[in-house]
Design a protein around this ligand. Structure first.
Ligand SMILES: [Zn+2]
Length: 447
């Protein structure tokens, strides 16, 4: 009676996407294949600190996915990365796709080979695996990334929270062919360049036995990034409802939040016009249409939050004295008014009212059909101190192992073998923190 099972072939997309990070390491001067991801040997223990792990877990409720690391407190060196991907997220993604596509035309089921919902869920799994692997490398969220000008084929950062990029085809039907990124982003390359590029060491600059690189080299990386227009804004400024940054949003798209809200409302209208019994599988309770309808009815909710931040918004950077970044600037009046107009559309009766034909096919739920097949856990009190998942999830065998290069190790170091034991690794310098606001482990909520 559930809407869909999570995609079982999770290991191939997860490992493939984690390998995207090799693109960033190559851009930072490392040899191709330095960052490797392989299927974990059958006799390996996922708790073995010599292995970095990506694991796929099943939980009854929605929960966070994680990218965390075991870090040497003396040096900051990342000793082991551990990614946990929750499979239930795929069920939610599948549900969103069913709502958008109403795919079961004339009651016909779809074979897996011709299942656009499955393809979208797998695309999301790839993006998520890359995202959480980024956390194990020491990177924080960049919630301003999606506002940087780019085409759907380009990626700015897998460290943003992505809303699926939905378009309408010539017939006005929603499509998901370009729903998620397929490569590492340009900001991700900047972050890895800053954190992992090897420079000539500056003689005489040592602190507790760790050598420091020239600050000029590191500053040059950030200055070059600044000139491209890339912005870095993270959780503390993007998550609060009172956040005022016009570019820092979660689950949004587009350089112009108001224009994107208009666009997503158009897609929502088109999808609602087609929405009906073709949105659920043959034989499913008609009342299940309620579950499928919810993510479509609320399709514009995150983009609405993005547009709202333009109203009274303040565009700013994490400035340092003398770094030549632009000073804070209030969002121009015309853009604020445009955002207000777009937001007010979300309150109009046309937007809030469901189509009359749809109301006539929604019956009350039958006794055996639970009110919510996909219950949500309580919202964390604070994004920085998330509640643990409701119950300890049974952990399935690890599906793959990702082994980042030991930071600053020789470029001949490969990850075919487990990382060196701590005694050997501790002789290497520790990784630099990511630009300005390091976070080694940051949980990601479900949608
Ligand atoms: Zn995250």
């Amino acid at each position: 009676m559930s809407t869909a099972a999570p995609p079982s072939p999770s290991a191939p997309p997860s490992s493939k996407a984690a390998r995207w990070w090799d693109q960033a390491f190559q851009a930072a001067g490392w040899a191709k294949g330095t960052f490797r991801v392989d299927i974990l040997p059958a006799d390996a223990d996922p708790m073995d600190i010599r292995y970095n792990i990506i694991q796929w877990v099943h939980r009854y409720t929605r929960g966070w996915s994680y990218g965390s690391a075991v870090v040497d407190p003396r040096t900051g060196e990342i000793l082991k990365g551990n990614v946990t991907l929750g499979s239930l997220r795929s069920r939610q993604d599948y549900l969103i796709a069913e709502a958008l596509l109403s795919p079961y035309v004339n009651g016909k089921p779809l074979p897996p080979a011709n299942d656009p919902m499955l393809q979208m869920a797998l695309a999301r799994t790839r993006q998520l695996a890359a995202h959480e692997t980024g956390h194990t490398l020491g990177l924080a969220h960049n919630f301003a990334a999606s506002s940087f000008p780019h085409t759907p084929e380009e990626s700015v950062s897998v460290m943003d929270y992505p809303h699926p990029y939905i378009t309408l085809n010539k017939e006005g039907i929603p499509t998901l062919a370009q729903s998620y990124a397929v490569n590492i982003g340009i900001w991700d390359k900047v972050a890895i360049d800053y954190g992992y590029r090897e420079f000539d060491l500056v003689e005489g600059k040592r602190h507790y036995g760790v050598s420091f690189e020239s600050p000029e080299g590191l500053n040059a990386i950030l200055e070059a990034s600044e000139k491209t227009g890339l912005i870095y804004i993270t959780d503390e400024d993007a998550r609060p409802f009172g956040g005022a940054h016009p570019h820092a949003h979660l689950w949004d798209n587009g350089t112009d939040p108001a224009a994107e809200l208009d666009r997503i409302l158009t897609i929502r209208t088109a999808a609602l016009a087609r929405f009906g019994e073709d949105a659920i599988r043959p034989g499913a309770p008609m009342a299940q249409l309620e579950d499928t309808l919810v993510p479509l009815y609320l399709l514009h909710r995150y983009q609405t939050e993005a547009a709202i931040k333009e109203i009274g918004g303040l565009d700013y950077r994490y400035q340092l004295r003398g770094d030549n970044q632009p000073a804070p600037e209030i969002v121009p009046s015309a853009e604020q008014k445009k955002a207000l107009t777009a937001v007010l559309k979300t309150l109009s009766p046309d937007t809030l009212t469901l189509p009359e034909p749809l109301l006539k096919i929604l019956p009350p739920r039958p006794p055996a059909c639970p009110a919510h097949a996909n219950p949500s856990p309580p919202r964390p009190a604070s994004p920085s101190t998330p509640s643990p998942p409701p119950s300890p999830p049974p952990t399935s065998p690890s599906t793959s192992s990702s082994t980042p290069p030991a930071p600053h190790a020789s470029s001949s170091t490969t990850c075919a073998s487990p990382t060196p034991p701590p005694s050997a690794a501790s002789s290497k310098p520790s990784p630099r923190p990511p630009p300005r606001d390091p976070k080694a482990a940051t949980p990601c909520p479900p949608k």
